[in-house]
Design a binder for this molecule. Sequence first.
Ligand code: CA
Length: 231
Amino acid sequence: MNKPLILVVEDDSAVRNLITTTLETQNYRCQIAPTGEAAILEAASYNPDVILLDLGLPDIDGIEIIHKIRSWSKTPIIVISARSEDTDKIDALDAGADDYLTKPFSVEELLARLRVTFRRINDLTNDNIQNSIFINGDLKIDYAAGCVFIKDKELHLTPIEYKLLCLLAKNVGKVLTHTYITKEIWGSAWDNDVASLRVFMATLRKKIEKDPSVPQYIQTHIGVGYRMLKV
Ligand code: CA
């Protein structure tokens, strides 16, 4: 099998070297881009498996790069941001990024995010073969029948809880922003919708999680959104 190719977009050479050295010892191949212009060009020429994108680049804003790449490519993009503000992460995710890392991050954290991303790519491929049933640990969704089971015991979900669970399941491994979720569920994204989303998420968790205070399936990204984890 070919080693997966990662496009590392980062203008800080020290950070870039740390990332590429780490990835190369873990059997990934790297292509580097120190500017936004190089990133767009190389994403098009090399067709990488994953793009690691620093948001703060000297020439083009990271969010704009995501929009450009998303106009022709579905390659997973993991954003690396020094800015700790939630709005940057939300803008990046809404523009089409798949995940984010906040600087400073550990090498283990970076590798874990890559593993999640590759697992998600593989699941998407497998889903094409068997897409009528979703299985994640003890959780099973039968899309055709519209039924949800935990350990083969059927759960009684409200229509909104069901829609919410399916949305998270279809994007397993990916962080979905509050705005994205509320638009998908209610067609709008008012502050009230986000408040409702919290309520529905709490009732859904009570039904699917063994211990809703330590959720196994649905992870909260405070101020950003939610992600279903592959268990
Ligand atoms: Ca930078």
